[in-house]
Write a protein that binds this ligand. Structure first.
Ligand code: SF4
Length: 407
């Protein structure tokens, strides 16, 4: 993909919003282009503050979860409460995610419908193994992310604003995304590849339309949603794969620029509110592969989320700022899976490591093989009405009644 094909104008939108230096001796400010049509701008904005976009920029729209912030030295500031960063944005500033901006004293999203990914894929690729197995999901992503993980595997789109890049994108309206998804024969839409909370408005508009069309909605998320964002999402959210990067503040702070506690809260809240949750941990040599830390993570999952929660342990591939690290050895992945099973987790999978055979679902009651998988495809199905054919124990998950494997 060529990442530099966009016009200089669009590059400006994402990466070079003008800063507004504070001048304590400034004359009373004059506001221009600072209001939504027909409304007075907030007091105190300065010449040059950005207002709403014009009709040629349908991707720039008023955002949800922005609130006025009383900053005596920067009138017209707003706070975004979409994620746990709760960024305070002075006029014209852009949030940590790079795609939400204070324009004229109001919060705007810069990426509504501006899709960098829109394609059908196996749901197993998300990965979700206990949610509509064998089905396909229509993946949607814009650019931007509220984490800056040093090992980001999708950094070309997630970290684009930090790297001065403008990924190739196209405008895909929510109704178009849903129509394309239906045409592709999928059962769900997945908001994925970057943290979907940063394109909350686009996701919500697509989610409501998807539900009305009989599709499910799936978030592949870092779990940094604010409770306010969760309130908006949960009514239309069916499943989530949450990236559990570690079980320590240290890791989250130093490697991702975030905190661990909000992630914990989101995982538990999703589970309590009826969203089907699976967890993924990318095991990175020397950073989060300590057996004691892995045990602590597994124990937290077992007690706070439940032992039936599928946990995907995936191999790190050298990427982005950690390109110098080696990939995760198979032995580390196998040992991590063993720890998780010792702790009592019932469904532990190893991903991105074909030589480790740990992609099948095994009955936690009697050890019977229930679902076989290969290359993100379901290849065997032994469940009977969602239960083990031998001991009759039901398998936790969604959509496990009918076999997707055709004879
Ligand atoms: S989504 Fe999070 S990172 Fe982005 S502006 Fe809002 S609070 Fe900041």
């Amino acid at each position: 993909m060529d990442h530099d094909t966009h016009s200089p104008d669009r590059r400006e939108t994402f990466t070079r919003a003008p800063s507004v230096p504070f001048d304590p001796n400034a004359r009373p400010p004059v506001s221009v282009r600072a209001a939504s049509p027909g409304e007075r701008p907030p007091e105190g904005l300065r010449l040059g503050d950005l207002g709403p976009a014009d009709e040629t920029e349908p991707n720039i729209r008023p955002a949800l979860l922005g609130e006025p912030f009383d900053d005596p030295v920067a009138p017209g500031s707003v706070r975004c409460i979409a994620c746990a960063h709760r960024c305070v944005l002075r006029p014209s500033r852009i949030g940590i995610c790079g795609v939400r901006q204070n324009r004229g004293g109001r919060l705007y999203t810069l990426v509504y419908g501006q899709a960098v990914v829109s394609q059908a894929e196996p749901i197993e690729k998300k990965p979700l193994f206990h949610f509509l197995p064998g089905s396909r999901a229509y993946s949607v992503a814009t650019q931007g992310c509220n984490f800056h993980c040093a090992y980001c595997q999708n950094w070309q789109i997630a970290q684009a604003h930090r790297e001065g890049r403008v990924p190739e994108s196209r405008y895909v309206a929510p109704e178009t995304a849903v129509a394309d998804a239906i045409a592709a024969g999928v059962q769900s839409i997945a908001y994925t590849y970057v943290e979907p909370t940063v394109f909350l408005e686009y996701a919500l508009d697509t989610m409501t339309r998807a539900r009305a069309a009989g599709l499910r909605n799936v978030f592949v998320t870092n779990g940094y949603e604010s409770p306010e964002a969760l309130d908006l999402l949960v009514p239309n959210l069916d499943a989530a794969n949450v990236d559990l990067k570690a079980a320590s503040d240290d890791f989250y702070r130093h490697v991702c620029g975030a905190l661990w506690e909000p992630v914990r809260d989101t995982i538990v809240a999703m589970r309590e509110r009826g969203v089907w949750v699976e967890l993924t941990t990318l095991i990175i040599p020397s950073l989060n592969d300590d057996p004691g830390d892995l045990r602590a993570m597994a124990e937290w999952i077992a007690t706070a989320v439940g032992p039936q929660t599928p946990w995907h342990l995936t191999r790190f591939q050298p990427a982005y700022r950690l390109s110098g690290l080696a990939e995760t050895p198979a032995a580390t992945l196998v040992a991590a899976a063993e720890i998780a099973r010792e702790v009592g987790l019932r469904h532990v999978y190893v991903g991105n490591a074909p030589e480790v055979e740990a992609a099948a679902t095994i009955c936690s009651g009697c050890g019977e093989r229930l679902i076989g998988r290969s290359d993100f495809a379901v290849t065997e199905w032994h469940l009977v009405a969602g239960r083990c054919p031998r001991c009759k124990r039901s398998l936790a998950g969604v959509g496990l009644e009918d076999s997707p494997v055709r004879p």
